[in-house]
Design a protein around this ligand. Structure first.
Ligand code: NDP
Length: 329
């Protein structure tokens, strides 16, 4: 039997013991079965658990877009029982049953090996948020971001999961980081992650962006989108880039082409869900070396499966600080 958090369309989440028959029907033709040792709560999990965004098409559903654990059975040539693995993205927890359970079964190609110096718990403290933050850093580097640049890198939604890890990684790599937040109570936390400048959200959220404003940011990891992203585009330095990661502040983007035409700036899209295997492996390896494990432990807290419904509401309201690891046992 598998113990899982189960969602029914429109009802409160429930806990259920699922039989092999249930699993056969709803887990993909299983190549690899994993004993889940840790999972995590991302913004998208909040949306799935609360039934928002039509992300789930078929109920009953087991949410959880990320998990890490030990392989117990494998028909995939790359994995054997006893291997430790990470799963993020590929529609797991959305189209397929996910990691808010003590066992998960997925295609082997969706997994990456757990890097040597990470535990399942720490891998989930990073989770999709950490992977996405690192993919953003890598793409900004591909487009010329360098620690020697004069202007700071702006991180928006800085106290959230993606923002916290981006702030810490960038600061560890030697960048000057400006952290944009809407919460006064997280200023010390953000300085602790390495931000040297705090920008109040209202500074960029209020007023309409002019096509070109004073050049303030050498690059940006943007987790919020909307009017703040429009403002950031008009404030990037000549040739600067913004990695568009999220939409916590809105999905629309009203801007002009002026920053592109007159300053040659780049708007770079980041997708962690379908990201190819080799890039994922590189990103996880870099996270395992370039993220301070001490900081990671400090910015993460643990909850049990039974606390997920409440925490899902909090993450959607922007009230969760840092990262949430879920103990599925
Ligand atoms: P969190 O909820 O942990 O963080 C989001 C942060 O955004 C909040 O902590 C808050 O930061 C800020 N925020 C919240 N509401 C608003 C608002 N109305 N206006 C401006 N800022 C706001 O989420 P994650 O870090 O897990 O994810 C961030 C975004 O990235 C989400 O939109 C998510 O869907 C997306 N995402 C995309 C991925 C991809 O592959 N592209 C993968 C992972 C996430 P503060 O309090 O500091 O202002």
């Amino acid at each position: 039997m598998v113990r899982a958090l189960v969602l029914d369309d429109g009802d409160q989440p429930r806990f259920a013991e699922l039989s092999e028959d249930d699993l056969k029907d709803r887990l993909p033709d299983g190549e690899v079965t994993v004993r889940v040792e840790a999972s995590t709560l991302n913004y998208k999990d909040g949306m799935v658990v609360k039934g928002l965004g039509k992300l789930v098409k078929q109920y009953p559903h087991v949410p959880g877009i990320d998990f890490a654990g030990e392989v117990v059975d494998s028909q995939h040539p790359g994995y054997s029982p006893g291997d430790r693995v990470i799963c993020t993205g590929w529609g797991v927890g959305e189209r397929y049953w996910g990691g808010f359970a003590d066992t998960a079964r997925v295609k082997g190609d969706w997994l990456v090996p757990l890097p040597e110096n990470l535990t399942p718990w720490r891998a989930m403290a990073l989770g999709t948020a950490g992977l996405t933050a690192m993919l953003a850093v890598m793409k900004l580097e591909d487009h010329g971001m360098h620690p020697d640049q004069a202007e700071p890198v702006l991180v928006t939604g800085a106290a959230g999961g993606v923002g916290s890890i981006a702030t810490s990684v960038l600061s560890g790599l030697g960048y000057e980081v400006a952290a944009l937040t809407g919460r006064a109570e997280v200023h010390d936390y953000l300085r602790g992650l390495g931000a040297s400048q705090i920008v109040d959200r209202s500074e960029l959220a209020e007023g309409k962006a002019k096509p070109l404003e004073t050049q303030r940011w050498g690059a940006c990891v943007d987790a919020v989108g909307g009017s703040i992203l429009a403002r950031v585009l008009s404030q990037l330095v000549y040739g600067g880039s913004v990695a568009s990661v999220g939409l916590a502040g809105g999905a629309e983007l009203n801007t002009t082409v002026m920053p592109f035409l007159l300053r040659g700036v780049n708007l770079l899209g980041i997708d962690s869900v379908m990201c190819p295997y080799a890039r994922r492996v590189t990103a996880w390896k870099r996270l395992s070396h370039e993220m301070s494990m001490r900081t990671l432990d400090e910015l993460s807290h643990e909850i049990g499966l039974s606390e997920v419904p409440e925490e899902a509401g909090r993450i959607l309201q922007g009230q969760v600080r840092g990262r949430t690891v879920i103990d599925p046992t």
